[in-house]
Design a protein around this ligand. Structure first.
Ligand SMILES: Nc1ncnc2c1ncn2[C@@H]1O[C@H](COP(=O)(O)OP(=O)(O)OP(=O)(O)O)[C@@H](O)[C@H]1O
Ligand SMILES: [Mg+2]
Length: 550
């Protein structure tokens, strides 16, 4: 027995050497923001909170909502420190006083963190109602941080309402949730609500770089972009992935390591697949998918890569450049820009929309087949777009129609099906041109313009749409689906119902640009495209069908 006591003594006074490793703290915890200004990506919330503390107007109930790992709990603790620091209430808690240190470690008697996922019943809330009556023991306020607040049972929630509405003055409640839709209005309306946003890729990349620099770890410039994409707006997720990568890579993190660890499909492959859709190289796209899956990538990684790439394409096309919230290497940007040069904005949008809508398919029993089907449908979508383009051009009586016809002829299914049919039909260009010449011709924009005084090509409605596309690419691309005509000083736009609301909201801008383009004040009228357009379209669809002998 004395021997056992002796052993115990040795153990407690001489802890084994490995103990320092055991007490390793993960990055996400080590990097928990300790001051308001450490919190990344939530400036709207930080400013409001700091100002209200400075003004001495501290609410008694807060609701922090937003996706996982974006700083809700961290900020709740900072707020608790701000009101309870020995220098407080202050927007700059000292982080060294007993109160601040205790709160930061989650171990302070007056800051009570409750996990509503496990402490959610009526009895727990009754107990809480009791404790709120007592004064804080050490600090100025008792702060209750109620995590996962949406998990409270109905009964518990109802019991809680009264406390939340009029808590004794020394209490502050901070409710945090990732599922705002499950928080009833009765709770919401009693709290000051702060919506946390996802952290942007750029912010995540910067934070990961800062962490590595501080820890003396070197990295390839492009390495963290993939982590940021994978983390999907969550800083905690990004830091956890970084943890894993460091364990694998050691002192230097290469882009290759990152790609290996997260299993990101290389951008070049995704680029190749998207390019194959736009250049109508079905075989190349399918073989890129086949090779990638053969290398052991998961079908869903290819799917996510495609969605992410199309999203970047859509944004770059819409804003006419690379916005600073998208991180992209120079080469990647060049390749992407080249790809979207000849593509309409809404073509990309349609592709992305289609991919997003099909997400459920990817969760089915046959994800691989689903992916191939999605890919082929994307391809078909771009074929339809070609038909739409021809229709649009025919409608406007534009000479490009013949070239577009030629593209369809060259890229159409018949060519894909058999080479012999192509030989049968001979020169696609001739055939396409011949067919187009038989198509009904609507009055062209130039005709409209010249009939009314705008004599030069480019001065009519068509010229205006081209001008608009340069000045406002997003709006301009929508005008492509609208019929515009000019008569004297009147510009009439038959607004396609797909874009109706947006185009109409830009009325003043369109008017300003018309006078800039035509050099005189124009009367602009927006009309709904309605049935007239539908009839014309139907007529041309028949004509287009005959191009394919359908
Ligand atoms: N906005 C941020 N700025 C800096 N680091 C952050 C931010 N958000 C999260 N982190 C990092 O992620 C870790 C977890 O953050 P936190 O617990 O605040 O997230 P949360 O929003 O409460 O997530 P959950 O909804 O999953 O509870 C922090 O310790 C920190 O390392
Ligand atoms: Mg939390």
């Amino acid at each position: 027995m004395p021997q056992v006591a002796w052993l115990f003594l040795v153990y407690t006074t001489n802890p084994p050497k490995r103990r320092s490793n055991l007490s390793y703290t993960v990055i996400a915890r080590r990097w928990r923001p300790q001051r308001f200004d450490d919190v990344v990506g939530q400036p709207h919330i930080i400013t409001t909170l700091k100002n209200s503390i400075k003004a001495g107007r501290i609410a008694h109930a807060f609701l922090f909502t937003g996706p996982r790992g974006v700083g809700k709990t961290s900020l709740a603790r900072i707020l608790a420190k701000a009101v309870n620091c020995v220098n407080g209430p202050t927007a700059e808690p000292c982080n060294v006083c007993e109160n601040c240190v205790g709160i930061a470690s989650g171990n302070f008697v007056d800051v009570i963190e409750i996990d509503a996922a496990s402490t959610r019943g009526i009895d727990d809330i009754k107990e809480l109602r009791e404790t709120v009556r007592y004064l804080p023991m050490k600090a100025a306020y008792k702060v209750y941080i109620l995590d996962e607040a949406h998990m409270l049972t109905d009964q518990a929630r109802n019991a809680f309402l009264k406390t939340l509405e009029e808590p004794p003055g020394h209490n502050i409640f901070i409710l945090a949730t990732t599922e705002l839709q499950k928080i009833p209005y009765t709770i919401m309306s009693r709290c000051q609500r702060f919506d946390f946003r996802r952290i942007t890729e750029k912010e995540i990349v910067e934070q990961l770089k800062a962490i590595c620099k501080k820890d003396g770890i070197t990295f390839d410039e492009g390495a963290f972009h993939h982590v940021a994409v994978e983390a999907d707006g969550s800083m905690r997720d990004a830091e956890s992935i970084l943890e894993q990568i460091i364990a694998y890579s050691g002192q230097h993190i290469s882009e290759g390591d990152v790609i290996n660890i997260i299993g990101v499909v290389e951008k070049e492959v995704i680029h190749r697949i998207v390019r194959s859709v736009l250049t109508k190289d079905l075989k190349d796209g399918l073989s890129a998918i086949e090779t990638t899956l053969g290398e052991g990538y998961d079908v869903n990684q290819v799917y996510r890569g495609l969605v992410s790439y199309l999203r970047n394409m859509m944004i770059v096309k819409a804003v006419g450049g690379l916005p600073d919230f998208i991180t992209m290497g120079e080469d990647e940007y060049k390749a992407l820009s080249a790809l979207i040069a000849d593509v309409e904005y809404y073509e990309v949008q349609n592709m992305l929309y289609y991919m997003l809508r099909s997400e459920d398919l990817m969760r089915g029993l046959f994800p691989r087949i689903a992916l191939e089907t999605l890919y082929i449908n994307l391809y078909n979508l771009s074929q339809i777009r070609d038909v739409e383009k021809v229709i649009g051009e025919l409608e406007r009586g534009e000479p490009q129609a013949s070239r577009a016809g030629e593209r369809i002829q060259k890229a159409g299914y018949r060519e894909q099906d058999t080479g012999s049919r192509e030989r049968d039909t001979g020169d696609g260009r001739q055939e396409a041109e011949g067919d187009v010449s038989h198509a009904p011709t609507a009055p062209s924009r130039e005709e409209n313009a010249s009939a009314t005084g705008g004599s030069q090509a480019g001065e009519g409605a068509h010229g205006f749409v081209e001008y608009l596309k340069k000045k406002k690419p997003f709006l301009g691309s929508m005008f492509d689906s609208c019929e515009c005509s000019v008569e004297g000083d009147d510009l009439t736009v038959l607004v396609d119902k797909k874009y109706g609301n947006f185009i109409k909201s830009e009325f003043e801008e369109v008017r300003r640009l018309t006078s800039e383009f035509f050099g005189r004040a124009m009367n602009v009228e927006f009309r709904d495209a309605g049935d007239r357009k539908k009839n014309i379209l139907e007529e041309y669809v028949k004509e287009a069908d005959s191009l394919f002998n359908l």
